[in-house]
Write a protein that binds this ligand. Structure first.
Ligand code: RUQ
Ligand code: CUA
Length: 649
């Protein structure tokens, strides 16, 4: 019909026109609050998990500027992490080399319950691992695999003095000392599948070791947080699927009215283990760490793990009944309240640590599961927050007596009082927030100024980019009575949790370059006069240097088809922010990006006869384009001898 086109156009405009115009009231004011003038620095580092990117993108807050991306569980072509020979061992596991993961929960190291700016830990969900990232150089310093675990989701949360980092199985699995006995029908879930909750000890230098695991019934352990203040010896883990279903969980694991939070007295368990309690069972796992001296990653295989069975060690774990398939578990700054995200619950339950202790003392149990006492819900619950939104997931705190909870389904953040347990404010988010983050918001001392909503769905917030859209973060001002939306910014990967850390805790400790003198890499070349090429059977080692704007050597002959060539490149610059890159035609790995004072190695197997160019990939000087060279590759049976030079004919 003749009128239908304009009418549809009008309707379309009404419904879809200018969607981004919503909620822009007071935008001049909001812009002021997030404006960080050119040359000025942000007040906070925002460390956002990359989710399925496996990385740790870093944003400045409040500006939302993307500062850096730290490669963690996934190879990164940007700087060669996981591709070059020095960092490949970081991604070693008992499943072989695993160059990808799904990273969920970054957590800053703490001293006395406050962020101390030393490290960030982050979990790998798929092939269970925990990484420690060093904040002096923003590099992954260590990755430890978690044995007897599958789906390391309830991780990596720290205790108040970073004594431990926690981990737990999201997917329970068959567990037996004998590998053959792990081959069981899936339908034998209830009988054969188990979970573990792991405590990874963190040494003074940050070095991690799996200290002990607690054997638990085969539920799905979802999230965790350690206690603080009065509850600092405890850690809390939500679980769902107390039904122990193994198929169609969306229905079969949603039957019970309540599932459990596991409350663990980690201090008591640790003391028991220190006194020799528990049993060592097979639990092969890798620990990979950066040897700072040699600037290369090393892997060690550890064969066993200590486990504690709750039946034999009463007092280390209790179950807190919690409605219904809870997700997040968060402890308020005073350490008195434990808040559970009630995914399928109409109220938001808040447990009291004091009441939990009382109930334990009175043996006020409603039952027991595999030796784990189940406390009485009525005896431990402090309050049920009403109208906290639908699909409540995660809670953070502002340190001023308020809690903020994300509601995924009703797409909002709800602010409620820790005194009256009543909702006092709510704000829409765009759209469907998962976690939220207040800098220090899960510590004893939050900075209650900003809140970041980590949204799962973006739709109309930015220019469209085809079927796939980046997720979105929203910065909300929480300094007043009313929350105020200040800023949207797209995020890389899928941020789950994030940590906001005051910049002044980090900036002063930054390493600007590596001292060449301290470089004890076995293949380092510290001066141009030491640069050389050596043949060792079919391996050719090129000991090479870079400095603005040339490589030494830059002409290499005598390589043959069938050789494996190792370019060991040392960047002999000693200045901040002068990396050099290295790439050679046909290389089946990424470039190298080498920081001043660092050595990195690229493996290359030329397949065809020819002369191959190599060049610097990082724009380092006005003569960066001149920073290039050639390798001549001769036939397999050629008798061209190894030779090399720079600047001579
Ligand atoms: S979560 S799906 Cu942290 Cu809410 Cu991972
Ligand atoms: Cu060195 Cu470009």
């Amino acid at each position: 019909m003749w009128w239908s086109v304009p009418l549809i156009a009008v309707l379309a405009l009404t419904f879809y026109g200018c969607p981004s115009q919503q909620n822009l009231s007071g935008s001049g004011d909001a812009a002021q609050k997030v404006y960080v003038a050119p040359g000025e620095h942000d007040e906070y580092y925002g460390m956002f998990s990359g989710g399925y990117s496996g990385q740790l993108p870093v944003y400045g807050l409040p500006s939302g500027r993307h500062l850096y991306t730290i490669p963690v569980f996934t190879q990164s072509a940007t700087n060669g992490y996981g591709y070059n020979e020095e960092t490949r061992p970081m991604l070693m596991t008992t499943h072989g080399y695993v160059p990808w993961d799904d990273a969920h929960h970054p957590e800053g190291s703490q001293t006395d319950g406050e962020l101390d700016g030393r490290w960030v830990f982050m979990n790998a969900n798929n092939t269970p691992r925990i990484a420690r990232i060093d904040l002096t150089n923003f590099q992954t310093a260590e990755i430890i695999e978690i044995p007897n675990s599958a789906g390391n989701h309830a991780s990596s949360f720290v205790t108040v003095n970073t004594e431990y980092v926690s981990a737990a199985t999201r997917f329970s699995i068959p567990m037996d000392e004998n590998l053959e006995n792990m081959d069981v029908p899936i339908s034998s879930y209830a009988e054969n599948f188990k979970g573990t909750i792991s405590f990874i000890k963190v040494g003074d230098e940050g070095e991690m070791s799996v200290d002990f695991q607690i054997l638990v019934p085969g539920f799905n352990y979802d999230l965790s947080h350690a206690g603080k203040g009065p509850s600092e010896d405890w850690a809390f883990f939500t679980s769902y699927n107390s039904e122990e279903a193994h198929t169609l969980l969306e229905r079969n694991a949603s039957r019970n009215d309540k599932d459990f939070i596991a409350a663990i007295n980690w201090r008591k368990a640790a003391d028991l283990v220190a006194d020799g309690a528990g049993e060592d069972i097979p639990g092969e796992h890798y620990r990979n760490y950066m040897d700072h001296d040699q600037q290369l990653a090393k892997s060690e295989l550890i064969e066993t793990v200590r486990v504690l069975d709750p039946e034999e060690h009463p007092g280390i774990i209790y179950y807190l009944p919690t409605p219904k398939s809870p997700h997040g578990v968060d402890v308020d700054p005073t350490g008195r309240y434990i808040v559970a995200g009630g995914k399928l619950s109409s109220v938001l339950p808040v447990h009291s640590f004091e009441k939990i202790q009382q109930a334990i003392e009175n043996e006020d149990y409603e039952g027991e599961i595999d030796g784990i006492p189940v406390l009485n819900y009525e005896s431990i619950v402090q309050a049920e927050v009403e109208n906290a939104g639908i699909g409540t997931l995660h809670t953070e705190f502002d340190g001023n007596g308020y809690a903020y909870t994300t509601a995924f389904i009703s797409s909002e953040i709800v602010k409620w009082s820790l005194e009256t347990f009543e909702v006092v404010d709510r704000i829409d988010t765009y759209y469907s927030p998962g976690h939220l983050m207040i800098p220090g918001g899960d510590t004893r001392n939050p900075d209650g100024k900003y809140l970041v909503a980590l949204n799962k769905i973006t739709k109309d917030r930015y220019l469209p980019t085809g079927p796939e859209l980046f997720h979105s973060a929203q910065l909300i001002d929480i300094s007043g009575d009313k929350m105020e939306l200040l800023l949207d910014f797209p995020t890389d990967g899928e941020p789950h949790y994030a940590q906001g850390i005051r910049a002044d805790l980090i900036v002063d400790n930054q390493i600007r370059f590596y001292e060449l003198e301290g470089n004890n890499h076995p293949d380092a070349t510290k001066t141009e006069s030491e640069a050389r090429v050596e043949r060792d059977g079919n391996d050719v080692h090129v000991y090479m240097t870079s400095i603005r704007s040339h490589f030494t050597p830059d002409n290499i002959e005598g390589v043959k088809v069938g050789d494996t060539v190792y370019f060991h490149l040392t960047n002999i610059e000693q200045d901040w922010d002068v990396p050099h890159g290295f790439a050679v035609m046909g290389a089946q790995t990424s470039e190298l990006l080498v920081m001043p004072g660092e050595t990195r190695t690229l493996e290359w197997k030329p397949k065809k006869v020819g002369v191959y160019p190599f060049y610097c990939t990082d724009f380092c000087s006005a003569l960066h384009q001149e920073m290039q060279g050639y390798v001549r590759v001769s036939p397999e049976d050629s008798d061209v001898a190894i030779s090399y030079r720079t600047g001579t004919e």
